[in-house]
Ligand binder design. Structure first.
Ligand SMILES: [Zn+2]
Length: 180
């Protein structure tokens, strides 16, 4: 009972936060770019089979838990209908290497995220930034290349790193040729 009540309270807080976040984003930004992470596929891949058990199952299970805990699918679903409601544009971009791509010079190198800490430090041009901020700038650039370039409202633009579950009513970005 006690556990159940705590869980409900947490779920309510999370739901309120998600509603407020998505409303604020859709109201105050003309263009919202998100990563199209196809969460369902990612969640499925950890288990593996009896014949071929998944590698890194423990790490992946932890990742999936945190993805599901952040209810990115629900955020995306709300963004989809709220951007329609408030006249802003939501664009899902290919998520490949957004964390390893330099927003300043476009160099892709895992070494730019040494230790996967908060720091992004480009191995080519030396650009340094908070890793999430660097990735969000890259996501915005991809969103603009995918059809957001004409969006020039008085509202500023904002990108959020939200994994994607549903592709309903979304403008889909083409995958780069090298993506698998
Ligand atoms: Zn660079």
């Amino acid at each position: 009972m006690f556990f159940g009540r705590i869980t409900t309270r947490r779920a309510n807080r999370r739901r309120d936060f998600t509603h407020k976040l998505t409303t604020d984003l859709a109201k105050s930004h003309g263009l919202i770019g998100i990563e199209d992470l196809r969460m369902k596929n990612m969640s499925k891949s950890a288990k593996g089979t009896t014949e071929a058990p998944g590698k890194n199952v423990r790490q992946k299970a932890g990742l999936n838990r945190s993805i599901l805990d952040n209810i990115p699918g629900e955020r995306r679903r709300q963004l989809e209908h709220k951007t329609l409601m408030y006249g802003s544009v939501l664009i899902a971009v290919p998520p490949f290497h957004t964390s390893q791509t330099c927003a300043a010079c476009a160099q892709v190198d895992p070494e730019s995220r040494k230790g996967c800490g908060r720091l992004f430090a480009c191995t080519l041009c030396g650009h340094e930034d908070d890793a999430d901020h660097n990735a969000s700038v890259e996501i915005e650039a991809r969103a603009r290349r995918t059809g957001g370039s004409d969006i020039n409202s008085t509202r500023s633009t904002k990108t959020v790193r939200v994994p994607a579950a549903s592709r309903r009513r979304m403008r889909e970005a083409p995958k780069p040729a090298h993506a698998s």
